[in-house]
Design a protein around this ligand. Sequence first.
Ligand code: ZN
Length: 232
Amino acid sequence: MISKAKFHPSTKQLKEFAAGTLSGGMNVAISAHVELCEVCRHQTSEFETKAAIDWLQTSEETKSSDYADMISNIICQPQQKSGGLEGSPSFTEIHMLDRSVSLPKALAKALSNGLVWKKLVGGINQAKINLDDETQCEFIYMKPGSQTPVHKHQGTEITLVLDGSFSDDFGQYERSDFIIRTERDVHQPRSDEGCLCFAVLDSPLTFTKGIARLLNPINNYRFRRSAAHRTN
Ligand SMILES: [Zn+2]
């Protein structure tokens, strides 16, 4: 089940993942990749160990102010993260459209509400899921022989390949590959054999959320967000 990824999250993303500071959507995407990728699993546990040691070496004064934040991070951490890092990954078999695909646990959990597929141009199907206020998360299913229009993004788009393969102007991607595209990249993904992906886009519409975050204590914000997740 494990394939060797050629494309991985950046070091910065893995550090933020280990520190628990990523948005919900990005956290799920990296968590799912980490389940599939031994290299990143190893790297993440090293970052986690280092973060723990750093924290133990900080002064008591800093510790107490960090403590609430740390607790909030722990509360915020989806359970799938630790599950994904311990032992061998397990998968949930689910049926999507005309294919049956094994999902990493992190994504299987995110799917508890099911998916509503929407047809886009060029044989592309999209199913959005709501994981946080800061990103747009979606499953993308490209039918065999499909091609998206040439496009670029506002902000960053990451794509995790879950099944099949696709290619764009920069390369060929297969299961477990984690592709990062920024606003500088113009590309046209296409898939000969069909492909199921999970994508996370930075929403350009985070401005008001940013203000809201400034107005609200960050811990409350995080806590409300994780509480909302639990009731969803
Ligand atoms: Zn990796």
